[in-house]
Design a protein around this ligand. Structure first.
Ligand code: IPE
Ligand code: IPE
Ligand code: MG
Length: 246
């Protein structure tokens, strides 16, 4: 029986801010890209674990709109890693029935990366075991601006009345349209901020912050985050006694 005091079920949607690669490398007196490379191994392990647990949606923040302000050589290193990762992972995604989806502005990515990304999205479109959202050139505010612009246009054309704008109308115009909101947000690397990630979708997510840097965030650390999630009581504004009554 489900204990209403606790949230014993697994999250349907887990979102992760994968932070700390650069500092992990610096601690080892290595270039930052060494940390990003090590981070790719964590990406593989966390995807595999999420899939084997039956988590329906996994969203990974891989590159923010603000990350375009990094030094050019770091950006090109990251884009190279992304390209190689996508090329090497298609087979695994298909074998594990994982559908790839992109949150963000793929048009800003280098042409080769964009092509591989679009090809992988297309090749995995029939997969139904888990949706893997890669947030690439993603910014929460720019996502909301796009949604607002799209609604404003529809209003001008007479296809949408302002009174018809609801939470669903907005959610349907985000990159995550049709998906449930994240239940759990994990941020590795010690910072306690959202860094412009899923500003609308995270409104009722449980937040889990850890000092563990992303390259060290493996299966056991993921389990710790999931156990913490299961110890939380999600009240959605109500009081505990009401949860018992249901
Ligand atoms: C996260 O690690 C990866 C990306 C933002 C691409 P960082 O590169 O931000 O690592 P730190 O925060 O500098 O340690
Ligand atoms: C957030 O990490 C973005 C990603 C993990 C892709 P950052 O390292 O860019 O965030 P800030 O700059 O510390 O807020
Ligand atoms: Mg960082």
């Amino acid at each position: 029986m489900v204990d209403p005091e606790k949230n014993t079920s697994l999250p349907t949607h887990v979102a992760i801010i994968m932070d700390g690669n650069g500092r992990w490398a610096e601690e080892r007196k290595r270039p930052r890209l060494f940390g990003h490379k090590a981070g790719v191994d964590s990406v593989r392990e966390i995807i595999e674990t999420a899939r084997s647990l039956g988590i329906g949606y996994l969203t990974l923040y891989a590159f923010s709109t603000e990350n375009w302000n990094r030094p050019a050589h770091e950006i090109s290193g990251l884009m190279g890693l992304l390209q190689r990762y996508l090329q090497s992972e298609l087979k695994t995604m298909l074998e594990n029935n994982i559908r790839l989806h992109c949150l963000g502005e793929p048009e800003r990515l280098p042409t080769d990366v964009r092509k591989t990304l679009m090809q992988t999205i297309n090749d995995t479109r029939a997969c139904s075991g888990m949706t893997l959202n890669l947030a690439l050139s993603y910014g929460g505010r720019s996502e909301l601006i796009r949604a607002m612009q799209s609604m404003a246009k529809e209003c001008c054309l007479g296809d949408l009345a302002s009174e018809e704008i609801t939470e669903t109308t907005i959610s349907d115009r985000l990159f995550t349209a049709g998906q449930p909101d994240p239940d759990l947000l994990i941020r590795t690397g010690g910072e306690r901020r959202l860094s412009n990630f899923l500003l609308w979708q995270l409104s009722y997510a449980e937040l889990y912050f850890t000092d563990v840097k992303w390259p060290d965030f493996r299966k056991d650390e993921f389990f710790k985050a999931l156990e913490t999630y299961q110890s939380r009581q999600r009240r959605y504004g109500r009081i505990a006694v009401q949860l018992h009554a249901e």
